[in-house]
Design a binder for this molecule. Sequence first.
Ligand code: 0A1
Ligand code: ZN
Length: 924
Amino acid sequence: MTATAEPKEIRLSDYAPFPYAYDEVTLDFALDGEYATVTAMSVITPIEGRDRTRGLVLNGKMPFFELLGARVNGETLPADRYSIEADGDDTLMIIKDTPDVRFELEITTKFKPQDNTELSGLYKSSGTFCTQCEAEGFRSITFYPDRPDVMSVFTTKITADKAKYPVLLSNGNLIDSGDAANGAHFATWKDPWRKPCYLFALVAGDLAVVEDTFTTMSGREVALKIYAQAKNIDRCDFAMASLKRAMKWDEDRFGLEYDLDLFNIVAVDDFNMGAMENKSLNIFNSRLVLASEESATDATFERIEGVIGHEYFHNYTGNRVTCRDWFQLSLKEGLTVFRDHEFTSDLHSRAVKRIADVRYLRAAQFAEDASPLAHPVRPEAYQKIDNFYTLTVYEKGSELIRMYSTLLGKDGFRKGMDLYFQRHDGQAVTTEDFFQAMSDANSTNIEKLKRWYSQAGTPALNAEGTYDAVTKTYALTLTQTLPQTNDVKGAADKKLPQLIPVAVGLLGEDGKDMVLDGDIKCEGDAEATLDETKTTAVCRLTEFKQTFTFTNITSKPVPSVLRGFSAPVKLTMTPELTTDELLFLLANDSDEFNRWEAAQKIATSILIRLCKKHNDDKALKIEDVDVTSDPSWAIYSAACCLIVKDATANRLDRAWVEEALNFPGPSQLIQDLAPGVNPVNTYRVCKAFARAFAKESRVELEAALATCDAEAAGLAYDVDGPQVSRRALRGYAIRMLGSIGGDDVSSSIASAYSSAKNMTDTVSALTGLCGHDDSSAAKKKAFDDFLNKWKDDNNVSCTWLRMVASDAGKGGANAIDEMKRLMASDVYDAKNPNKFYSLIGGFAGGNIEGFHAADGSGYEFVADVLLQTDAINPQASSRMASPFTKWRLYDENRQNLMKAQLERLLAQKLSPNLFEIISKAIKG
Ligand code: 0A1
Ligand code: ZN
């Protein structure tokens, strides 16, 4: 195999507007048994004043499709009027000397959708034809300007066998349908809204449907339909109810009303991502639609509601106002993630949602920001845009939007959104346009917030507080430091200070928030604003260092800084808060996020001390970690035990408690300790920590479990708040008890498995059984039983696969042999992304001892599987390459072993997708 040639980079600075307008597009899909034949008729107008010297440049993919013909104004295009050129892995068709006035271009292509294993463009999933066109899938269908700033009105005719494909769907409204020759039938759909081709969708299959309606705020009735395979159709009700909640929420919160009379969702099993917001025809990975008490955990239910909301919310933030180019991806994604987070927060517990989102951000996005693949929220260059559907673009992008909201207030933010839609409805725009609308709709100066879009890396924020009893002032000096990153503008000394909103509260000795009614003196152009109760100030840090002086502070306060995690930064305090102060915040802070944070901080400091003690290359046994002699252990453990008791007695919100008691895991600690970390020892320290707590609080944990079970007895299952919180606390107790191990624990968790009546309790029991390294017979029995029950279910079997992959090698077995057995088993399907993500994600992300084995066998195994998948589905392989991009964090031996695998991969012929990730990762 020869190495891949260096692909060309696409740069934001090279953006040029497209010189032709696509006024109308009519697509005709003939889907016979083997081929899809597509005729695309476009009505095109050259745009005055734009540079047409290159001609009409269209994107395509040959030889994936065959070009059957091209005609301009009805005349076959002679060979000397166009050229076909390679464009990396893609193809360009360049038509020269196009007419100067409006003309028609007809292009006919032909291909085999069933051979499309990349799942981009038109492909087949379990016998159903479906499409995925974002970001650049449309070019696998026909030659077209496959870029989001070319918007058109699409009419789509689909013809296919009536018996095999009774359901024929596309965007917009059904305008015609009927029978065709040879047992076929057709349907014609017209979408009245102009859209880029990445929002085009088509589905043809034998699907069952659930139907409902929604009456919009102006009284229009919208038909809602969710399509799935008949065997799964009874699991669509929750998704339907979620859709209705999302439609209502967008009206209430943002005044946004659905704009067509029909909204379709189709669930398919083979899908690279979560779901896709195609106009009026959302296509979903079935794992994010199908749910029932028996098949889905509470976490899955919540995720389904959030993603149904996310795709629906894209109708305005993404579809009605779309991106000018793919560098602007966060314009729609960051904003829509923010909207879906708000949706969940408004419907459920705001604090718990915030905590869960921040936990994820820190564990995953902060790690990306610290890796060789760090990039700004608005990247400046890419090789494959598929690689930029990242945590930075999505999650950090959402944090950026949250900062607008924090700085402008809920009403100011709404004004900005209103102005954004007023100005840009129907347009393809930039993050700059969004910024301008927010800025123009408000009087607050947010200019330096813009820098968050172009500077990569997680800022470090230090808060230094000093109290002066004589002047009764509390001075808080905030300092931001921006890290060096590997992106185009990565040098730390070139980075400019970013506007950081820092929400601050000061607690008095009584544990109550001080009322901040004195002046807050700010340096330079910094400002501070107070909330209605005058207990939280948002300090706007605009320079590298500024001091905010709170006056009329009558006693020395305990500061609660970065309330609600008001900015995506790494906060340190000078002087560091003492364990007593953190316990005080844990008990008293009115900000639930910072109460949680206080518990995390105490746990982190203990864990870091323990990890440092054992960060060497000696194989560490869990029993050898002396957790209990840490100076802060006794008070921390006592406080947590009290929390368990309070939760059991329902004196605290149980869902918050579950978050508070969950201490930071290895991925967080490895980042805190990096570089030079032995990940296996870090993992074992975490295990020892859990076990120490579980042993000390066993009685309380067992009481929590028993109380939860007693409360649940006789209750009909529901996914409402209290039941979910109860199951969360119960799951926590089982997980903790599981870490103690031993026959009595295993057999009691095994009986919890047998008596579980819903998937949440089932998964809690399975997780509990994996809590200890011993490979108990009870564990094997439960896992076999689970597989037996769910092996034919494409989604639930992934739960099994992921858990088994993260447990492979425990109890002395050879992890790689186990993984190979899993891959060879019937339950695995290399072509199905969910299965591949579960297997490799479960192992490389969840099996620290297996993946990071000191002999490098885990790395070699994963690299082999990546190579195999890369030949089938490059988007999938490059997504799963991410663990390798973190090699800089680890000890020298592991760094070398990981780099050796990166080099081995790079010497092969890789897809452009995987090449970009691996070649950037290796640069370090
Ligand atoms: N826009 C979708 C995500 C998505 C992106 C790319 C895809 O295929 C490569 C599919 C879906 C969303 O944010 O939900
Ligand atoms: Zn999205």
